[in-house]
Write a protein that binds this ligand. Sequence first.
Ligand code: ADP
Length: 382
Amino acid sequence: MGWLRHLRWKLFVSHLLIIVIGVIVLLATAHFLAGTQLTQEGQLSLGESAAETGKVTAASQPASPISQQERFQTVVDQGLLVAAFAALAAAVVVSLFVSRRIVEPLQELSFTSQRLARGYYHERTSIRSDDELADLSQSINQLAEALEQTEQRRLALLADVAHELRTPLTTIEGYMEGLIDGVIAPEERIFTMIQHEAVRLKWLIEELALLSRAEAGQLRVMPRPMRLATTAGQVAAQFEPQFNAKQVRLVNTIASDLPTIVADPDRLEQIMINLLSNALRYTPAGGVVTLFAQAHDFFVQIGVRDTGIGIAAEHLPHIFERFYRVDKSRARQSGGTGIGLTIARHLVYAQGGEIWVESEGLGHGSTFYITLPVHDTVAIAA
Ligand code: ADP
């Protein structure tokens, strides 16, 4: 009876039921009336004739077919009338039943979707049927679930952003109050600290703007055939002074004979800057950061390996989530926002690549990998 799960079959069966009831009642009534009225009258008419004359008279013969026809007509009319009433009664009962099974769930679904539209994302439907309405109810529940999760993420993001903005502002406010009250001496060191916090605030806002554009899919990424070694060389040269200042050695081993990749040079530069600044930030003096790349059949794998603080296994799956920082106070001191890797992941995905991290654990350094498609593969595929 699986086919009865479908609404169209339920409606068809209900219509069929009304027809069947009508036909059965019609047959039964016709049978009954024919059995009582037609044969009774016929016998009576013959009995009367025989008693009076002993034979069927010629005068009575023309009257008999007319009355017989009239009686037949009456039987048909009455039969149809009774059957029509029976079918009507059946239609009322069946449609009441069917409409309760269809209209009530529809009203509930409509009520739930209106509540969802008004922002009550915890609302769910509970329709106990086995047809398309149950499927629709399940879809609405899934939609509600997705909306609720999005809302929770939005609230978490708002809370995170508020927290991130409050921290540097509180520091600036504290210094300014101290300066105004004369508790803190107006020294260059203090102004440098205030400036540092202001720069951090600006950087955070720029990162947030970038993240929101990346999450909305509005970051313009224009991949084209390009040489990885050129971009890697430029970024490494740009970082050289900062690495030297912190006494961390930067080694670039990316060879120029690698296959041409398909990527957006500006976006790739942005990703490498994020990875290299993290490597520098989390590698103490005396450490080494190595840039390397390896060609595969369809892609080139780029790596940034450092001998820094490393990442414990439990943090590895979360490292690309927005605002995720292993050591919040340490990252904040060093200017970390917890957004850089989230942006890097969006940018890599937008260019058809992959990004992941490997680390042997705390104190064993980390290696970040990205892959980008090779130009020839794209040409062949196209
Ligand atoms: P942040 O601006 O805080 O560095 P990211 O999104 O770039 O934000 O990184 C998220 C977190 O991942 C960092 O706070 C840090 O805990 C960890 N992390 C990133 N890169 C490294 C690295 N090279 N070595 C150790 N930990 C890292």
